[in-house]
Design a protein around this ligand. Structure first.
Ligand SMILES: [Zn+2]
Length: 256
């Protein structure tokens, strides 16, 4: 499962800057932690501070035929908490399914620290629009929030975020567990009805005749008449028995 992790911003584009932090440093640190928690097929759009254009990030993922693209960002602008994005144009149900799983894991980390879940959003971000595979963009708290940034700068919070993102990715994209075996309904117990003890044939009446009529598919009036006789003969013929219209031990045993 090749997952492309995209550390938001780099080089001459630091992203949001506040509280002594730069977005590009946080996204690179968190992305490295996420990658360390994924299998070796996962890869980043960049591993250092070299500048990578937005379009190039998508091209990297597309050329590598990544199966999923996850862009890591830190928000700014006067809010607090976590939000996630998918493309606001046409996208696959898989895009929503995977985002939902990642979102729920990451939102739990924020909630555990009293930080709000700002919701599942969509936007026309280049990396979401230009990538050929399902993709999401995570805004992991606000760099310009005193509270958010106090967490974001810590290794432990970054580890929690990386755990949650990797867990979500693995859950959504990891090896699909073999489907649980379907419970096979037990066949109805075979109840052998003992043979009544005498031939049942045209002229017979009673409950045994009704049972036979239900097996051969005629009205179960309990009267063994010509209609029942014909049906019994056809049934016997179809079941490899002598079609004599007489229900003796052999026919009875096949019927019940
Ligand atoms: Zn950003």
């Amino acid at each position: 499962m090749s997952i492309c992790i995209d550390p938001g911003h780099s080089g001459s584009d630091p992203g949001a800057v506040a509280n002594g932090l730069q977005e590009k440093d946080l996204t690179l640190a968190i992305s490295k932690k996420v990658l360390a928690r994924l299998d070796s097929s996962a890869f980043p759009t960049h591993t250092d501070d070299s500048f990578v254009d937005l379009d190039v990030r998508a091209v990297i993922a597309n050329n590598a035929k990544a199966q999923y693209f996850c862009s890591i960002h830190i928000n700014a602008g006067g809010g607090t908490g976590f939000e996630s994005y998918v493309f606001d144009g046409p996208h696959s149900p898989e895009t929503d399914r995977i985002r939902d799983i990642i979102h729920s894991h990451v939102a739990k980390v924020f909630a555990a620290h009293g930080l709000p879940d700002r919701g599942k959003k969509s936007a026309n971000f280049a990396v979401l629009r230009e990538t050929a595979m399902p993709a999401c963009l995570l805004e992991l708290g606000f760099i310009d929030s005193t509270l958010d940034s106090s967490y974001l700068r810590t290794d432990s919070f970054q580890n929690e975020l990386a755990d949650a993102i990797a867990t979500g990715l693995n859950e959504a994209l990891g090896q699909t567990p073999a489907p649980a075996p379907q419970a096979v309904p037990a066949p109805p117990p075979v109840v052998h009805v003992p043979y009544p003890g005498s031939l049942i044939l045209i002229g017979s009446r009673g409950n045994a005749v009704k049972m036979i009529q239900r097996v051969v598919g005629v009205r179960d009036d309990g009267i063994f008449g010509p209609v029942t006789d014909g049906a019994v003969r056809r049934w016997q013929d179809a079941h490899g028995l002598i079609p004599d219209g007489q229900v003796g031990p052999l026919t009875w045993a096949k019927m019940f």
